[in-house]
Write a protein that binds this ligand. Structure first.
Ligand SMILES: *Cc1c(COP(=O)(O)O)cnc(C)c1O
Length: 338
């Protein structure tokens, strides 16, 4: 696999640390839990979209774009990292935010990621929940083209074969870190949404014959649809990489969508417990929409004995803690002493 032939603009800090979670492992009494810190990619509080944007924005530059258009839910971490990356690369950035939750709390609609989108200079338009966001972006792009601009449209989550290369690269990084540390990784677990992260990891880990299974914890779609989305994108990514057809197969793609709760971006009891537990055992911040539900899934699977005690399980922290400020009332926090 020769990733160096694809243009990339370095945006993030890397390699991100791969660290043990000793207190969480001891508290749960399960396998050895590790964390890959992609919340520390550096750009505007970090997160998994930074690795994808390194390839997407290199492609935008190569195509002579002067404007980037992308979309996400109101508290989109992808939108925030895109806005920051565009600022750094002197590209205009226009964001369409979909009201997927219907929340009217001003903290949700204007704080957290939305505040940072604006601080990075992006322009924002809103769309109602259920809108065809890809079509909405194409309409905006056509309008801007007619005005003489050169827009580059990035799909939600940066999830296409170009963006997924960021997680092929992450797979290489994880394998070389594990080799250096003499760490046998038995499972890699992370929150999966628009599928690019898992697709890139699977294409990379399978393409490199690692034997490491990836489990995506879903945050939106039911399992069948999520696995189909990841498989399709992993196969397109493998083809883009030039891997032989048939390299990535259905058996390589596993999602568990039992922790979504009522829907995308809607808090669950498990998410609240997971965020609190990790905050209070490891001093780490997860987010309410993705990594909190991903960790809720991991914790529940540990408690159900899904992993052997001697196994090493790596949780990929995909970032997003800024989203906590969009959900100030989700946590039922203790009152202060008078
Ligand atoms: C986007 C996102 C994910 C999901 O990654 P996909 O590539 O969209 O599947 C997970 N965690 C956080 C914090 C995210 O922002």
């Amino acid at each position: 696999m020769n990733l160096a032939r694809f243009p990339r603009i370095r945006l993030g800090h890397g390699p991100t640390p791969l660290e043990p979670m000793e207190r969480l492992s001891a508290t749960l009494g399960g396998p050895k839990l590790w964390i890959k810190r992609d919340d520390c990619t550096g750009l505007s509080t970090g997160g998994n979209k930074t690795r994808k944007l390194e390839y997407l924005l290199a492609d935008a530059r190569a195509q002579g774009a002067d404007l980037v258009i992308t979309q996400g839910a109101t508290q989109s971490n992808h939108a925030r990292q895109t806005a920051a990356a565009c600022a750094k690369l002197d590209l205009a950035c226009h964001i369409l935010l979909e009201d997927r939750t219907g929340y009217r709390d001003p903290a949700y609609t204007h704080s957290g990621n939305v505040l940072l989108d604006k601080l990075h200079g992006a322009s924002i338009e809103r769309r109602p929940g259920g809108a065809d966001m890809q079509a909405e972006m194409e309409v905006v792009a056509a309008r801007r083209r007619a005005e003489g601009r050169k827009p580059y449209v990035i799909p939600g989550g940066g999830s296409n074969p170009v963006g997924a290369l960021g997680y092929v690269r992450a797979a290489q990084e994880i394998l070389s870190q594990a080799a250096e540390m003499d760490l046998r990784i038995d499972h890699l677990v992370h929150a999966t949404g628009s599928a690019g992260t898992q697709a890139g990891l699977v294409a990379g880990l399978v393409g490199l014959s690692s034997g490491i299974p990836v489990l995506g914890i879903g945050v939106r779609a039911p399992r069948d649809r999520q696995e189909a989305n990841v498989l399709a994108l992993a196969q397109r990514t493998a083809a883009y990489l030039g891997l032989p057809e048939g390299t990535v197969r259905a058996e390589h793609v596993r999602a568990n969508c039992d922790y979504v709760g009522q829907g995308y971006g809607i808090p669950t009891q498990g998410m609240v417990e997971a965020i609190r537990l990790v905050a209070q055992t490891e001093g780490l911040l997860l987010d309410p929409v993705y990594s909190g539900k991903g960790m809720a899934g991991l914790i529940d699977l540990v408690r159900k004995g899904h992993f052997r005690p001697d196994e090493n399980v790596v949780f990929l922290h995909t970032g997003g803690a800024v989203g906590l400020f969009g959900y100030p009332d989700a946590f039922d926090l203790p009152a202060e002493a008078a």
